[in-house]
Design a protein around this ligand. Structure first.
Ligand code: PEP
Length: 245
């Protein structure tokens, strides 16, 4: 049995005061739905401390949206995995398509960042996914397979989470159909199998997940949770996603 993950990626939203307000409201409503479901909020780095304070003594966890691959040094503006570990951060997103697109992050760098997190006992959530052009050219499965192989090279893959996020579905309102998502998740599962995993790695879907589509996505056999951007910014929407049927 794989754990189910509902991960909110807040991107560049919510300073510390907004983080405290949001989480107080969310936590007062979440009740016991968390049994067997791991709920994770990934606020901006500036709000990590407020989020960690707010979720203390609750089953909800906190993750980072990014990390630098070196432990320390002259890297102005960056945050290292040991720093995140010292705060109590349990997860870290790496390879998000926005980082690949706007900050030029390569598969090699994604791999280095994931290794840096694992070295600090932080679980990497490694994002992969094809662009619209690649999908239309029939290359989605090949691209995703390559991204997974490159991202996990040389590491203990049983300690990872993979998130399949088709780039064309992120923040666009266009969701992959549950069947399309399942097809790629199956390819990822097959890739992981060939790298030595026996069904243990959770594979999340991300890309315009909302209350209206979470139930049908979660009904797919290889979808083990969701990485949620826009809909995780509203308490009611994210509650409903966490309470999927
Ligand atoms: C994301 O940022 O990872 C994401 C999936 O965004 P959205 O849910 O807004 O498409």
């Amino acid at each position: 049995m794989r754990t189910t993950y509902l991960v909110g990626n807040w991107k560049m939203h919510y300073a510390p005061a907004d983080t405290r307000t949001f989480l107080a409201r969310f936590l007062s409503r979440i009740g016991t739905v968390t049994a067997g479901r791991e709920i994770v909020f990934c606020p901006p780095a500036l709000s990590l401390e407020s989020a960690l304070e707010a979720v203390k003594s609750t089953p909800v966890s906190v993750g980072a949206q990014n990390v630098h691959h070196k432990e320390s040094g002259a890297y102005t503006g960056e945050i290292s995995a040991p720093m995140l570990q010292s705060m109590g951060v349990k997860y870290g997103i790496v390879g998000h398509s926005e980082r690949r697109q706007y900050f030029g992050e390569s598969d090699v760098l994604v791999n280095q960042k994931a290794v840096a997190l694992l070295n600090c006992d932080i679980t990497p959530i490694i994002c992969v996914g094809e662009t619209l052009e690649q999908r239309e050219a029939g290359e989605a499965q090949v691209i995703v397979r390559q991204q997974v192989e490159a991202a996990v090279a040389g590491m203990d893959i049983t300690r990872l989470i993979i998130a399949y996020e088709p780039v064309w579905a992120i923040g666009t309102g266009k969701t992959a159909t549950p069947a399309d998502a399942q097809e790629v998740h199956d390819v990822i599962r097959d890739t992981l199998r060939s790298l030595g995993d026996s069904q243990r790695v959770p594979i999340l879907y991300g890309g315009s997940v909302k209350p209206e589509n979470i139930d049908s996505l979660m009904a797919q056999p290889d979808i083990d949770g969701a990485l949620v951007g826009g809909a995780s910014l509203e308490v009611e929407s994210f509650l409903r996603i966490c309470q999927y049927n």
